[in-house]
Structures are given as C-alpha cells and as structure tokens.
Design a protein around this ligand. Structure first.
Ligand SMILES: *Cc1c(COP(=O)(O)O)cnc(C)c1O
Length: 475
C-alpha cells in the first residue's frame, strides 16, 4: 500500500470547492454532487489499495472527472435506457414501455388534480375502479373487473378472498416460481388457502383434480400459467374447459392466474394459438388475473376479471386497500385499453404491440437503416445479421421471433468490453453478446434511439482500445 498516494487524495470539501463542481450546482443538488464526489474518491482509494494507480491528479483534475461522470450519468439513479437486446418485455428493463401518446396522457394526469375518486356527474365521491371496469369488460367479455397494484397482488387477493381456510387444488406442474421470488405455493400459504397438490410434474389428469374435490375437499381449482418455462415431451395438463366441467357439480371455483395475457386480439401481434382472456372466461373460468405490464403492454397492474359476485367480494376485502393501484398506472391502463380496441391504433401507439407485430422484412429494413447510420460515423465495423428475438417477461417461453440486428465491432475492444462501454453511455445501451458478437436488435431499439446509439458508438470508437484517461470513468 502506498501511504503517500493515499495522502494525496483530496478531501471531499476541497473537491467541492473546485470550479468544475461549483459550476454543477446550477443543475444538480448539493447532495447529488457530494455523493458523486464521495464515490469517486472511494474508487480512487480502492485503486491505490489495489496498486492500480501510480499517481493522483491535482484536485481540479479530479473535480473535472467527477463532473464528467455526473453529467454523463445524469442526476437520477432510475433513468431511461436503450433496450438493444431484442427481448420485448425485459423484466430488468421495466417491462412494457408506454409509448408517447400514453406517456403524455399520464403526464397530464400527474401534473395536476384529477377525478380519481370523484364522480363528476353527481359531484360526489366516486371509485377509482370505475374508470376502467367497463372497458376491461368490453375487451375481455367479462361480467366484472377490477385492478390492483400488480398481478402478484391480484393472485394473493383472489386466494385470500375466495379461498381462505379452504383447500385449493394446484397441479404439481404449475407450482412455479416466477422471477423475483414469486412462488405459487408460498403465496398460497400467505393467503391462508390450503394447498392441495395434484398430479405430477409432467402430467396432471382430470381424475387428479376430481379426487382433490371428492376426497380432499378442494373448494377451488387454480390454474397457473407456467410463464417462464415450457415443458416439452411427455406432458399433459388440464384445460380450463375441462376444469370447469369438473367443478360444476361440486360448486368448486375455477381460478386462473394467466400471468401474461394480451388485451389485443392475437392476430394483431401474430400470436397464433395463444390462450385469450375472452376464451378462458368463455370456457368457464370464474376469476382470471393477469399483469398490466406484460403482453397487456401497459403500466404495472394486476387485473382481475370474472363473475360479478366474486369480483365484488374481492373489491370488499380490506386488503385491497393495501394493494390499490395508483392513479398514474390507472391512467396508462385506461388509455392503453382504449387503443387496443383498434388494431391499427394499437400497432401505432402501443410499443409492445408494435414490436411484437413487426415482420421480418420490416425488421430487416430497420436494421439496414441502423447499419447505414452506423456506417456514417466511421471507426465501427458493422453488419446486419439475422437473430431470434423474444417476447420475454415470462410470456410465451416457447416462442422465438425472427428478427434482425446490427453486429458491431470496434478495433481493440473485446466484445465484453464494448458491451460494457455501451452500458456506460450517457443513455445506457443494453446490448446482447452472442457468439462473440455484440448485437443491437432492430426490434427493441426505438425510433428516437438511433441517434443516441450512433453518438455513443462514435464516442467509443474515438477512444478506441486505449486506456480511459487516469482518474476517468469509474468502474
Ligand atoms: C408475472 C406473473 C406473476 C406476477 O405478476 P406481476 O405483475 O409481476 O406481479 C404472477 N403469475 C404469473 C403466472 C406470472 O407470469
């Protein structure tokens, strides 16, 4: 350890008084600047301790480096990124983007007061759920509907209201864990329902459910979409139609956690043969729930649809208050649903619908346009390649989408290093590395992103394979 170098690292207060950081006070709060300075000093200390730094720049230079980092990174921890992965519903990247028109509507509702719980006709208290029940029912054919904070909450509320203290049959093949530790059996325990496991991992038959009703007193049959995995080979599961036939005589309820379900007709996005909410309700499901920000293409939310008497009981549950949806999500959901009534509008204004419905030809055209823009900046090798994109978000695990990407290379940079530098761009670009290629997928890069992708690549190509300047970017 070099004691002398450690002593040369400036104190935070000294750094804050340097001109480059004083200048930033116009755009950043004092705490934001101080945090950035602290974290930079910490990385210098670590660099010295690891023997990686041979000298420490004078305070003004260090302050400049802090200012550069802060200006590049912006003031916020949560900020926009460019999704170049080709995964449309990327759970780590905020799932469903809203699109400009919907985002504008949300911003308008957010910026002032709104009639969230106010009935404008009567001039008295109203319900937040009234704003979208009718349109959900129109789209799904349901008798009644309500919305909570997210689908995990919807599943919990459904079980807690309708099945507390009672047996619920779930196939062993559907006792899944969905990213972020949502485990079906654990949610059931928390809700107060008693789990009755039926069938085996790969096969569950009608007779298994029938026995759960007749011998173990199941009062509900819960079906769970396996979401993020697909079973192939020797498998069997029981459909909603079969479950509702079984349940009819005993009066057991048929509940279905669909996870990811589209609000637009399947043909709109080329999702052939996928189960629809309307279809499973017609087949006899009593209550169905699904996410607002997966294939529904909108904001976070848990949407419950089904029999009026059951939905009303769920609404009356005290716990609903804890899981209630906020006004911004509600505004986004209402508008997205209105757009989804018209396939043309849905394709134009709902990014998830647009991205899923792009044809391979269209995607090749988009990739070629990106490729040309990259050609114009120089210093980057580039090539249009065919790729497989994914719907993502635990939707349709067995579906791959034909797409196109631009494969990029910068001399002197290994693929992993290029991937990292793209991630450190002012608007971070999340790319995919496959078979030693850094791929920028044309499906998920939005129209307005192309310029920023090119600016970032241009910057990276200029610095090239050289070491970043001393005291520069933090690792
Ligand atoms: C995604 C998913 C959930 C959780 O939904 P959130 O909206 O993320 O809370 C629950 N069940 C299934 C089957 C899912 O796919």
């Amino acid at each position: 350890m070099d004691q002398r170098l450690l002593m040369q690292i400036p104190k935070v207060d000294v750094l804050l008084a340097e001109e480059p950081l004083v200048r930033l006070e116009a755009d950043f709060t004092h705490d934001q600047i101080k945090d950035a300075a602290r974290s930079h000093l910490q990385s210098l200390r670590e660099g010295v301790l690891a023997g990686e730094l041979a000298e420490i720049d004078p305070p003004e230079k260090v302050a400049e480096a802090v200012a550069r980092t802060l200006e590049n990174r912006g003031a916020y921890s949560l900020r926009p990124v460019i999704n170049a992965t080709g995964v449309v519903l990327h759970t780590n990247l905020g799932r469903s983007p809203l699109g400009e028109a919907v985002a504008e509507h949300v911003a308008e509702v957010a910026a002032g007061y709104c009639n969230l719980e106010y009935n404008l006709e009567r001039g008295e208290r109203g319900s937040r759920y009234n704003h979208i029940e009718r349109i959900i029912c129109e789209i799904t054919g349901a008798e009644a509907a309500m919305v909570v904070n997210n689908n995990a909450g919807a599943v919990f509320l459904m079980l807690n209201t309708l099945c507390k203290g009672q047996g619920v049959a779930v196939s062993r093949g559907e006792q899944v864990e969905i990213g972020g530790s949502f485990r079906v059996p654990e949610i059931m325990v928390q809700s107060g329902a008693r789990l009755i496991e039926v069938g085996t991992t790969n096969k569950t038959h009608e007779a298994d459910y029938a026995r759960a009703i007749s011998e173990q007193g199941a009062s509900a049959l819960l079906k769970v979409h396996p979401s993020n995995f697909a079973m192939i080979g020797f498998t069997e599961s029981v459909s909603v139609a079969q479950l509702s036939d079984l349940a009819r005589d005993s009066g057991a309820l048929v509940l279905y956690d669909m996870g990811s379900a589209p609000l637009f007709p399947n043909e709109v996005a080329g999702l052939d043969n996928q189960e629809t909410i309307r279809g499973v309700l017609r087949d006899g499901a009593d209550v169905v729930c699904f996410s607002g920000d997966k294939l529904a293409g909108s904001a976070q939310g848990g949407i419950l649809v089904g029999r009026r008497d059951l939905i009303e009981r769920i609404r009356a549950n005290q716990l609903t208050r804890m899981l209630r949806i906020d006004k911004l999500s509600l505004a986004a959901l209402e508008m997205t649903m209105q757009l989804c009534r018209d396939p043309r509008l849905a394709r134009r204004e709902v990014p998830v619908v647009r991205m899923l419905s792009m044809t391979a030809d269209e995607l090749r055209g988009r990739a070629e346009a990106l490729d040309e823009a990259i050609a114009a900046i120089g210093g980057v090798e580039h090539e249009v390649v065919a790729v497989k994109d994914e719907p993502g978000g635990g939707s349709l695990p067995d579906v791959l989408l034909d797409g196109y990407a631009v494969s990029v290379t910068v001399a002197g940079l290994a693929p992993a290093e290029l991937e990292r530098r793209l991630r450190e761009a002012p608007t971070p670009i999340v790319a995919r590395v496959s078979k030693e290629q850094v791929l920028l997928s044309a499906r998920t890069i939005m129209d307005g992103d192309v310029e920023r992708v090119c600016a970032a690549l241009s910057e990276i190509a200029q610095v090239g394979g050289e070491e970043p300047p001393a005291g520069g970017a933090e690792r």
